[in-house]
Write a protein that binds this ligand. Structure first.
Ligand code: LHQ
Length: 263
């Protein structure tokens, strides 16, 4: 029998759902899963009929980071983990951040190591109350990767980020929400209904403006205030030329809800 696909892709309306699918290994990343995931993201990002992407995991885990069985070394061998990041993780994180549409992550269970940080790269993160976030790197003698050392201090502040990285202790979904690491913790049975409803709602909104908004947020990590103000002017000029801006203003003036077309 052939191996099941490590990533499942489905479309409902304008929402593409991408599911990590190695449940027996808590959806840990293999090279094959990386290739399939990146291809799925690139396709959804380029597909104009898709206006929101929902990422989740099959089974009881979201993603346990790198598949450590792929990292078994023969005596005397040294792995180039930097190459693995440059080839697989870094392009994935950048693809999520720069996708011209919202990416929602439904963290259905444990998110460890690079699995946690790929979730945090998404635009809105919902987690099941039973899920945990583990910056597991130091437990195996590694440093945070997949954007963790960028995202965590910005999301929760330096003190909490440092302690999570140094200790590698699990953070509950509730604490993750209370600390501002994620958007919301919800009851386990509510996770997929709420994540799907959120994705469907976002898919009805002004997609072009969202793409421009994501550009602004991406650049704000390194821009000065002057640079960011200039970028806002450029992006707003472009948003002002969109069909959705016309639709939004006309609907406001008519006292009706807008029906955005995503352009
Ligand atoms: C796994 C894994 C896993 C393989 C569970 N691999 N099988 C690293 C290197 C290279 C380049 C780039 O970046 C990175 C970054 C990283 O991601 S480093 C961090 C790697 N991840 C970890 O260190 C986490 C390892 N896993 C765990 O600590 C636990 O499994 C957690 C806390 C996630 C879940 O614990 P439990 O709920 O008790 O589940 P379990 O440990 O029993 O796991 C279930 C199965 O999944 C089990 O397989 P088995 O065949 O025995 O049932 C595990 O071996 C397998 N699994 N994580 N990363």
């Amino acid at each position: 029998m052939s191996e099941p696909s490590p990533v499942l892709v489905s479309r409902t309306g304008a929402v593409t759902t991408i599911t990590l699918n190695r449940p027996e290994k808590l959806n840990s990343f293999t090279v094959g899963m990386h290739k399939a995931l990146k291809a799925a993201f690139d396709e959804a990002a380029a597909d104009s009929a898709c206006r929101a992407i929902l990422l989740t995991g099959a089974g009881r885990g979201f993603c346990a980071g790198q598949d450590l069985n792929e990292r078994k070394l023969e005596e005397g061998q040294v792995a180039d983990l930097g190459a693995s990041l440059a080839e697989n993780y870094n392009p994935l994180v950048l693809a999520i951040r720069s996708a011209p549409k919202p990416v929602i992550c439904a963290v259905n269970g444990v998110a460890a190591g690079a699995g946690a940080n790929v979730a945090l790269a998404c635009d809105i993160v919902l987690a099941a109350r039973s899920a945990k976030f583990i910056q597991a790197f130091s437990r195996i003698g590694l440093v945070p990767d997949a954007g963790g050392s960028y995202f965590l201090p910005r999301l929760i502040g330096d003190a909490r980020a440092r302690a999570l990285f140094l200790l590698g202790e699990p953070l509950t979904a509730e604490d993750a929400a209370a600390w501002g690491l994620i958007w919301k913790a919800v009851d386990d049975t509510e996770l997929m209904p709420q994540a799907e409803a959120l994705a469907a709602d976002l898919a009805q909104r002004p997609t072009r403006a969202f793409a421009l908004m994501k550009q602004a947020l991406l650049a704000s990590g390194s821009n000065t205030l002057e640079e960011q103000l200039a970028l806002e002017a450029t992006l707003q000029r472009e948003a002002g030329h969109s069909e959705d801006y016309r639709i939004g203003v006309a609907a406001f003036r008519a006292g009706e809800p807008p029906h955005f077309v995503g352009r």
